[in-house]
Design a protein around this ligand. Structure first.
Ligand code: FAD
Length: 466
């Protein structure tokens, strides 16, 4: 055996899927090696995804709220933005978390190897490190190599004024006019940040609506706010081509109400992500990868190769950190010989825009498309004292119910929607009905009461029928 390193479990990738799997497996007594190409562990989520974007969205919220409060008699004036200091704040948040992960890995004796890993057989992987390479022999493996942003062809990617989400998060400057290509969650979150910092934002979305997949009534309050603030929102429109010119990035639009062409100071392309399964020589280990780069797994997160598992963005489904971490625990436990399997009934989606939009379980969009029966109960936040006092009067809480009045879906739009949706998730996982929600004493005055009120709306309609 000519391997440099031997281990019980190899984890490839150190994002939320990778580090969660590594830590859980180590806690269960496995001898773990985690391989990561970058010096920083934590993957997309910690370094260039969830965490830095939320740090900047918080800054944006402070600016937005300060501005909005002029209506109520408090004038802060125009904010003076020290961009390097703002970037340092964001990097500080990220650094604390990635540093914490290092510490947790050390505590658990998880060995971290830096370099690009590729399979060479069902039990071996080589890691390319600075010209040399290290060979690792493993008994079992968990693949958590994540995904990368789609780089649309026809854009001058070599020009720094064309950015993906990673580029946008570095905050090189505040462009006067920014075009965001892609009106999904990531595109709209970054649009929110740059709008607050002072850019004139245009959003271009191929579908006929912003945030495709979410129910229209949930997106409406967000759309209304963005329409008032942004230079333009073009839906049903695609960017056919883009070219770098001295004045900026010139783009040619097709469809919708967009002009034929326009020139922007920067362009952010946020049109989706591609899995990295095709870049690890999976075939050398006999692992099946589909034509897009997704790895197929069963409910224990096992690939077609019995002793190799895969989790996170690379296995498909919603590309979300909380999905990756839950799958990772299942894979680690299965690798340790437990009978765990993934059976979450719902995976929540949250757009941390202003206002936030959150949903889980069944959506009306899906129910209508698939002919699933449901009833709904809606509580408009204009009737909530707390919502009115925090500027959330455009918000709404919606419950979708089955014929037993059990919660099978929920949608919330308004400040803190992402926090509030968790209660609906618990209701769904526990099989709670509207009476359970309505009879639970919620603190007053809070936004959480809107779930209780929506449940009472539904419950009231039952007594009407009775
Ligand atoms: P990743 O986090 O992608 O980690 C994979 C790791 O594997 C990377 O570090 C990569 O360098 C490494 N790797 C890949 N190939 C190799 C190789 N051959 N050798 C060595 N290492 C390798 N999700 C949410 O739930 N909430 C959010 O608010 C949210 N916001 C986001 C905002 C942005 C801007 C972006 C881009 C994403 C956001 N996401 C969010 C999605 C979330 O980041 C991903 O779903 C999550 O990171 C996936 O975790 P993962 O472990 O599968 O993969």
């Amino acid at each position: 055996d000519d391997a440099d390193i031997h281990c019980g479990l190899l984890v490839l990738g150190s994002g939320p899927g990778g580090y969660t799997a590594a830590f859980r497996a180590a806690d269960l007594g496995l001898d773990v090696v985690m391989v990561e190409r970058y010096p920083q562990i934590g993957g997309v989520c910690l370094n260039v995804g969830c965490i830095p974007s939320k740090a900047l969205l918080h800054a944006a919220q402070v600016i937005d709220e300060a501005k909005d409060f002029a209506r109520h008699g408090i004038h802060f004036g125009t904010p003076r933005i020290d961009l390097p200091a703002l970037a340092a704040y964001k990097d500080g948040v990220v650094g604390k978390l990635t540093g914490g992960l290092r510490h947790l890995a050390g505590q658990r004796k998880v060995r971290v190897v830096q370099g690009v890993g590729r399979f060479t057989s069902p039990h071996t992987l080589t890691v390319a490190v600075d010209g040399g390479e290290q060979r690792i022999r493993f008994e079992q493996a968990i693949i958590a190599v994540g995904s990368r942003p789609v780089h649309l062809p026809g854009f001058p990617w070599e020009d720094p004024r064309v950015m993906d989400s990673t580029g946008a998060l570095t905050l090189q400057d505040i462009p006067d006019r920014l075009l965001v290509v892609g009106g999904g969650i990531i595109g709209l979150e970054m649009a929110c940040v740059y709008d607050a910092l002072g850019s004139k934002v245009t959003v271009c979305e191929l579908s006929k609506d912003l945030m495709p997949g979410a129910d229209r009534d949930l997106v409406k309050p967000l759309e209304k706010r963005l329409k008032d603030r942004y230079e333009n929102i073009f839906t049903g429109t695609r960017v056919a081509r883009a070219q770098a010119v001295d004045e900026g990035i010139r783009v040619w639009f097709e469809g919708g109400k967009a002009p034929e062409q326009d020139t922007f100071d920067r362009v952010l392309v946020a049109v989706g992500r591609l899995p990295n399964g095709g870049r690890i020589d999976a075939e050398a280990a006999g692992i099946q990868v589909d034509e897009h780069g997704f790895i197929k797994v069963d409910r224990q997160m096992r690939t077609n190769v019995e002793h190799i598992f895969a989790v996170g963005d690379v296995v498909g489904g919603p590309m979300l950190a909380h999905k990756a971490t839950h799958e990772a625990k299942v894979a680690a436990e299965a690798a340790a010989g437990k009978k765990s399997h993934f059976d979450a009934r719902a995976i929540p989606s949250v757009a941390y825009t202003h206002p936030e939009v959150a949903w889980m379980g069944l959506t009306e969009t899906k129910a209508k498309a698939e002919g699933i029966e449901y009833t709904k109960a809606v509580f408009p936040w204009a009737a909530s004292g707390r919502a009115l006092s925090v500027g959330g009067e455009a918000g709404m809480t919606k419950l979708l119910l089955d014929d037993q009045q059990r919660v099978i879906g929920a949608g919330i739009v308004g400040p803190n929607a992402g926090e509030l949706i968790a209660e609906a998730l618990l209701a769904l996982e526990m099989g709670a009905d509207v009476e359970d929600l309505g009879l639970t004493v919620h603190p007053h005055p809070t936004l959480s009461e809107t779930l209780c009120f929506a449940a009472e709306v539904a419950h009231g309609s039952i007594t009407d029928i009775l």
